[in-house]
Write a protein that binds this ligand. Structure first.
Ligand code: ATP
Length: 204
């Protein structure tokens, strides 16, 4: 049987429940064997923004995934080094697993902007696109010529940007990130968290 592998890339700065809910729901709907959460080394989309070191973001994703069935962390882009382009990532994954079918998970906003991506025709050849939509949102289609699946996942209005602000000023994090992620953040002193009050259930 051909292995079906989902590829879900992100900066994950930090990883949150929106990411996890997306990964497990797409895996379920498309009957994927596993979904790789691919941690960007140097995301070109965020070139002008400060980004937490890749090793710290990787540790948070490892903590979040834990032993969740069918989810795996991938450091392929960190290993590759430099700027993270999806075309390179998919090519590496294909080399490692020539027999597998790759499914690239993208939010509908990202799918609509695919035409601007580096070597986008290679992306199209290497993977089947999965556009992740949210209930009540218009399904922004990918550019013409792209076969794709659409998968609707519950809408969770959480973003890493908002979480970083919450960490910095001590607002509650409960249920927005997992306890294991909070633990890594505290342990590594990320997001100026050393000044914040103890979260509800975090282990220290
Ligand atoms: P930031 O706020 O720093 O831009 P982010 O929360 O969007 O970060 P990323 O790591 O940039 O997180 O996102 C990785 C992928 O996860 C992207 O495809 C993005 O569309 C998707 N994503 C982000 N937030 C959510 C959410 N709440 N629900 C579902 N998918 C999400």
């Amino acid at each position: 049987m051909t292995e079906r592998i989902g590829v879900f890339g992100g900066t994950f700065d930090p990883i949150h429940v929106g990411h996890l809910v997306t990964a497990v729901n797409v895996r379920h709907v498309l009957d994927l064997d596993r979904v790789l959460l691919v941690v960007a080394n140097d995301p070109w989309q965020k070139a002008d923004l400060p980004v937490t070191p890749a090793a710290d973001r990787l540790a948070m994703v490892e903590a979040a995934v834990g032993d969740v069935a069918g989810l795996e962390v991938s450091d392929v882009e960190i290993d590759h080094g430099g700027v993270s382009y999806t075309a390179d990532t998919l090519a590496t994954l294909r080399r490692r697993q020539p027999g597998a079918e790759l499914f690239l998970l993208l939010g509908s906003d990202a799918a609509a902007g695919l035409a601007t991506w580096e070597r986008v025709e290679e992306v199209r050849d290497l993977a089947t696109l999965v556009v992740v939509t949210r209930p009540g949102c218009d399904d922004a289609a990918p550019p013409p010529g792209w076969d794709h699946h659409s998968v609707e996942v519950p809408r969770l209005e959480v973003s890493s940007t908002d979480l970083r602000a919450r960490f910095a000023d001590g607002r509650p994090l409960d249920w927005l990130v997992t306890d294991a992620v909070v633990h890594v953040i505290r342990q590594r002193g990320l997001y100026a968290v050393d000044q914040m009050a103890s979260p509800r259930r975090a282990t220290s």
